[in-house]
Design a protein around this ligand. Structure first.
Ligand code: PLP
Length: 374
């Protein structure tokens, strides 16, 4: 091999005609005929761009306050989205779940919407921070009836949960390849409806990665060839490979694989600790929150776990009461789940709680088999 050839830095250019094909593949995954934009940055930047571009009504007179947004907060990501909206001038009402680490309920959303007129509602679909799933179909129906735009952070959920953007009427769905799709984090994407385009701030004087109007004017309206700026070939080759792999497996099979893994993890975790963090229909397929027994904290359990383990505490308020089993992307498999349950069971035992590891593994395997034949 030529010692002067560095495959990562000498990657061949990504063909200009390839970007539109990537966007079309992502549109298929999302079940949408809306425009799909490719954002050359990790998904938090795409989320910030959405907030920045929708926070002001394009028709309002200068100096007037921005739009009114209902921002559903079930983790750090929702908190950040509210912050970006506020910074860009929107009036934001944050709706928190009644208990930290729990999903919001449709009734809570309905009540919040009845408290005034909102132009936009934002929600995270599935949360890896606490392993929960927000009731997106119910929220989408409420938001449609209210007449507001619906913005969904589906970064974690895409590939792990069914996500039918057009059927649900999602105006903006933000996704990234780095979670359930098993890809790299350097490029993200979003779908955007015509309704949402009508509320996007016009392009500014100078180009901005936070301007969706720039993407429209410089990419969509120019025939979807080269992207604005200088694209990183590596990232787009990686995305193309990720999407090839997703296509080969099939998006439904990928979602099923996450569902089997989550079903197994929940059954095993429940057998270990005697508790569930949330009901099965409120649980994400990406991460399972093992609810800890009274008197045990995540820090204690993690300190007792075998070195090199893949367990983690929840992130945010209440996160000390749970241990996360990560079964996202390549980890969405029964052997990974069984391994993590065994590590968790032994850590619980080492921390002084009597957990029956054998019973938990049997419960997990049975649940996965039942789910597969369901
Ligand atoms: C991972 C994730 C993101 C994006 O975070 P990155 O730092 O870009 O990986 C956004 N929202 C949710 C809900 C996530 O889980």
């Amino acid at each position: 091999m030529n010692a002067d050839w560095y495959p990562l830095s000498d990657a061949p250019p990504f063909p200009a005609a390839g970007y539109a094909a990537l966007a079309d593949d992502l549109a298929d995954i999302l079940g949408t005929r809306n425009d799909v934009l490719l954002i050359q940055a990790e998904a938090v930047v795409a989320l910030e761009a959405v907030a920045q571009s929708l926070a002001q009504s394009p028709t309002q007179s200068p100096g007037r306050p921005g739009i009114r947004a209902l921002n559903i907060v079930t983790s750090l990501y929702g908190r950040w989205f509210g912050g970006w909206l506020r910074r860009a001038g929107a009036e934001v009402v944050d709706l928190m779940a009644a208990l930290p680490g729990q999903p919001v309920t449709a009734a809570e959303v309905e009540q919040a919407l009845s408290g005034g007129r909102f132009d936009l509602v934002a929600v995270v679909h599935a949360e890896s921070a606490y392993g929960i799933l927000n009731p997106l179909p119910e929220i989408a129906a409420l938001v449609r009836a209210h007449g507001a735009l619906l913005v969904v952070d589906a970064v974690a959920s895409v590939g792990g949960h069914a996500l039918a953007v057009d059927d649900l009427g999602v105006d903006v769905a933000v996704i990234g390849p780095q979670k359930s799709l098993g890809g790299q984090a350097g490029v993200s994407a979003l779908s955007i409806s015509d309704r949402a385009w009508g509320r996007v701030a016009p392009a500014g004087e100078a180009p901005s990665i936070l301007s969706l109007a720039d993407q429209r004017d410089q990419w969509l309206k120019t025939g979807r060839g080269m992207l604005p700026g200088t694209p990183s070939a590596l990232e787009f080759h990686a995305l193309a490979q990720t999407l090839r792999r997703v296509k080969a497996e099939g998006i439904a099979a990928l979602q099923d694989r996450h569902h089997h893994a989550a079903t197994a993890a929940r059954a095993g975790a429940r057998a270990l600790t005697g508790r569930a963090w949330v009901a099965p229909d409120q649980a994400s397929n990406l991460v399972t929150a093992a609810a800890l027994p009274d008197g045990l904290t995540a820090a204690q359990v993690l300190a007792a776990a075998a070195p090199g383990h893949a367990l983690s505490a929840g992130v945010g308020p209440g996160g000390e009461g749970l241990i996360r089993l990560n079964h996202t992307g390549a980890r969405a498999s029964l052997p990974v789940v069984l391994g993590d349950l065994a590590v968790l069971g032994r850590a619980l035992a080492a921390a002084g709680y009597r957990a029956d590891v054998g019973a938990a593994l049997v419960a997990a395997e049975r649940a996965a088999n039942a789910d597969r034949s369901a």
